[in-house]
Design a protein around this ligand. Sequence first.
Ligand code: ADP
Ligand code: MG
Ligand code: ZN
Length: 611
Amino acid sequence: MNDDKNYVKRIIACIALSVIGLLILNALIMPALTKAPAKETNYSFFLNQVDEGRVTQVKIENEEVRFVVVDDEGNEKRYTTYKMNDPDLVSRLHEHGEIIFNESHQQNSLLINFLLSWVLPIVGFMLLWNLLFKGMAKHMGGNALSFGKSNAKIYVKAQTGKSFDDVAGQDEAKEALEEIVDFLHNPNKYADIGADLPKGALLVGPPGTGKTLLAQAVAGEANVPFFSISGSEFVEMFVGMGAAKVRDLFKQANEKAPCIVFIDEIDTIGKKRDGSLGGNDEREQTLNQLLTEMDGFDGKKGVVILAATNRPESLDPALLRPGRFDRRIPAELPDLAGRVAILKVHAKKVKTEENIDYNAIARATAGASGAELANIINEAALRAVRNGRKLVNQSDLEESVEVVIAGYQRKNAVISQKEKEIIAYHEIGHALVAAKQKDAAPVHKITIIPRTSGALGYTMQVDEGEKFLLTKEEALARIATLTGGRSAEELIFNSCTSGASNDIEQATKLARAMVTRYGMSDSFDMIALETVTNQYLGGDTALACSPETAARIDDEVNSIVRSSHEKAVQILRDNINKLHELAHFLLEKETITGEEFMEILNGSPADATAE
Ligand code: ADP
Ligand code: MG
Ligand code: ZN
């Protein structure tokens, strides 16, 4: 508020200065510049005219003589000439008593000079300064010169409009947060028994699992003041500003207690202080201030701090010790039931046909986050509109699952018949290998319509239910299925294409994990050869072994993939008639369902030839 006022004052001052500048320009300089043009002439002409009594006015300015001559018709004409060293001039002018003459103008032009050389630059500078100043303030998201004061007025009173009903599938997280809400409603209940509530709770989980949403829901439910700020807002250009903001935030929060303070993406400021030279001073100071403030306030007063991050492993241990963020609330990727619930919550916002099978959609989206599921519903609604329908139906949802997984269909991609054939055999290769192994997930759909993600076709496999464990047999079956596409190409066309690059990547990743993390290889025992460094963001791993062992790992991975590949080739060789038949069917139809696939696969060869 204060800053707003200052800002208005500054604007008014600037406007006033500009107006004054303009007035000066108008009053003094413009007339001088716009004086009627005068003809230049010589001094003898001037003297002649004076003697003839035609001159009515004379002005002597510096080196210049300006004079007005009236001709016979009574017209006034202006002339200028250069002043000569002529001491008689004044007496000569006096002789013709009617001439008005003055020499005082010199002072005026001194004034103009003064204005031009002093006042105008100052005004100019002030305007320039103000412009720079505003630009700078914009860059830094605040008032550039109000050091030590935060301009973040973050106080909102539960206007998020979200409640726990909007969050589906995060039951454990909701339960933990409900306790906090309850504490804020009846602090006495907890004080009576002597319980301290956690000062802070840290929401952790992969992106899009609803951490921010949960915090908003808490605000909506709690009906207490809710301070919300993102970690990046603390990071400023000048050292010390972030710390000042933290101080300010907690001061405001203390005044408004009971209340909730929510710091989103806290890893921005909460990273481990590594003590390396040239570290980020500003960030460390901000973090230190945060630690101090969290210790400083009285937990009984009812200030609860929530924070969210998807990189908990990078947080400073000091933040996580009891008394600070001692409670960790995981927001994991939703399971099958969770996905159904999330789909239903978001489907409420769009108009759908009755009897939509959300379970089928949820089964096809294993591993999808809440944000992705919300996106699927929205894509489906958009597709319904595109197709001129008023209600979303099952096929919209199914198509939008594929859009979210693989991108939009590239309807006008031109692919030659030869390449189409290769792609069809490749996809059927995957599907056949999957279908012929008992540990592989059933085939749901096969398509050779290219997608904007670059996929030229794909085979969708959908598990019957939810799987939490991966057995060694399933892992091997997965790898064999992944190599199935390339195997079919080798078998039929006797060559290989770049189309298998994604399969190769996935197969390698899985085989590697089997060796280094799951202890599923023959040559290593239960040894952790790799550790996952960021669990929630892609799961990058760091090798923790000697170079010799690393070389052995590579050999082991290679041998796993090789034996799976051989197995896949064998399966296809044994079913080569089916491979041909299915590939031609797919070429013709472009998209076939799992049922159609199984029907042909299980039909007798005689049937097939009879067709
Ligand atoms: P993050 O965990 O990255 O902070 P958000 O809370 O911003 O994720 O979630 C993004 C969006 O995804 C939400 O606005 C909501 O529409 C949707 N979403 C995520 N999780 C859920 C959930 N459990 N229930 C309902 N919607 C969810
Ligand atoms: Mg978020
Ligand atoms: Zn493939």
